[in-house]
Design a protein. Structure first.
Length: 430
């Protein structure tokens, strides 16, 4: 099977859309021979899943463990969803996993079921990490938690990074309702670790943990002191330095949200270190090498790419840019889908904009047109000049020809297109 044919076969599954529920996924696991009981570290949350997972993966790999990392969506190519020891999976390994999954799925189709794209990739991930002999698997939910396909496994630990409004049509329109869905990844007697949550969401998750006799851990904000400093990394990008305990921590990820993600990862690594007898300090030392593409990523000189697509992510981006690039204004390449809070996203990042370069998005989902984005930016109070382009390639070229550094924002799909044009190599290995 050629790589192109495999991707076409997967893409055809998008026709079946999103189906929340575990019955099909569980049957697909069983028929394909995928393992339910690898050492899964299950991560849910509105934002911060990928970055927190990257920190955990880097820490475990530093201590000699073989890691798997399943995440979504991908930016450029589906192989990014399946990482072994930080590297995107090979074409051969992905093909083998796809064929096993497809053979199992055919049996379900004969029974009247229609496995979805995400169910396929979830089973493929389990098969890939099983074949690779992963010691730990960082296992990221696609959306929600309770009925997410990833929830068929029995995790070693659950991690819930944060709770904010997103995907309300599926998860509910209050923080408590969304927290209830995310809390669905908690299982009896296994620990749950949370990030920085508001009181409403935290209480929902704590109550779920108590009901399942699951140990509950939350981060210690007092372990961080002082203000962060930034420096240029000789290998490219920026590094933030901050005081943690009695030492200094370095992160190749910018902003206060990443410091919060770090504090979320710390007790997870300490718990695993105690249980599996490795050095927590050695693991934490490796976290400094963690990378996660399209999260305030300096992809090239004078080009920052971010995939934040909800107000919580846009606020984190704005704060990170003010920290890392104080006083600078940007040529902002922006796109937004109609099912997101685009007007609020524009309001939050408008202080960064010297000029707007608006583009619609493809991908089969309705996105705002350029003229609509111009009007929304004006209504958000922006006075920066705006131009409209037919696609992201034209918008990026015009922005890079301006006298300002460039910021790509508003959509993970846009981030992927920009990275494919400017720095495709940056997405493959962590």
């Amino acid at each position: 099977m050629t790589p192109a044919a495999l991707r076409e076969a997967l893409d055809r599954l998008n026709f079946f859309g999103i189906k929340l529920g575990l019955v099909q996924t569980r049957k697909l696991f069983e028929l394909a021979g995928a393992s339910f009981d690898q050492r899964y570290i299950h991560i849910a949350g509105t934002n911060g899943k990928g970055s927190t997972g990257a920190m955990l993966e880097a820490g475990l790999r530093r201590c000699g463990f073989r890691t798997g990392f399943y995440s979504s969506p991908h930016l450029i190519d589906v192989r990014e969803r399946f990482r072994v020891n930080g590297q995107s999976v090979s074409e051969d390994a992905m093909e083998e996993a796809f064929l096993r999954t497809d053979f199992a799925a055919e049996k379900l189709r004969k029974a009247g079921m229609s496995p979805t794209y995400f169910e396929y990739t979830t089973v493929m991930a389990a098969l890939i990490f099983q074949q690779a002999g992963a010691d730990f698997v960082i296992w990221e939910t696609g959306m929600g938690g309770r009925l997410d396909a990833t929830s068929v496994v029995e995790p070693e630990a659950a991690v819930i990074t944060n709770i904010a409004l997103d995907h309300q049509q599926y998860l509910g329109d209050t923080l408590a309702a969304i927290a209830g869905e995310k809390a669905g990844i908690i299982v009896p007697y296994r620990p749950v670790f949370t990030g920085f949550l508001g009181p409403e969401a935290k209480q929902v998750i704590r109550n779920r943990a108590i009901g399942l006799h699951a140990p509950f851990f939350d981060p210690d904000p007092l372990s961080l002191t002082g203000e962060p400093r930034y420096r240029q990394d000789p290998d490219g990008g920026i590094v933030q330095e901050f005081r943690y305990g009695t030492g200094t921590m370095h992160l190749r990820l910018a902003g206060a949200m990443q410091r919060r993600n770090f504090l979320t990862a710390v007790p997870v690594l300490r718990y695993l270190a105690d249980k599996y007898h490795f050095s927590p300090d050695e693991a934490l030392g490796r976290v400094s090498s963690a990378r996660w593409p399209a999260r305030c990523q300096e992809a090239a000189p004078d080009l920052v790419v971010d995939g934040g697509h909800n107000p919580d992510g846009a606020a984190a981006l704005a704060q990170a840019m003010l920290e890392a690039y104080p006083g600078r204004k940007f040529a902002v390449v922006f796109a937004g889908f109609r099912d997101k809070h685009v007007a609020e996203n524009l309001r939050l990042i408008s202080p960064l904009a010297a000029a707007w370069f608006f583009t619609p998005m493809g991908g089969g989902r309705p996105s705002h047109t350029g003229p609509e984005l111009v009007q929304m930016a004006e209504e958000a109070g922006s006075r920066a000049p705006a131009r409209v382009f037919a696609n992201s390639r034209e918008a990026l070229a015009a922005a890079r020809a301006s006298s300002f550094p460039v910021l790509s924002a508003g959509s993970l799909l846009l981030a992927g297109e920009v990275l494919q044009q400017a720095a495709p190599e940056s997405v493959w290995n962590l």
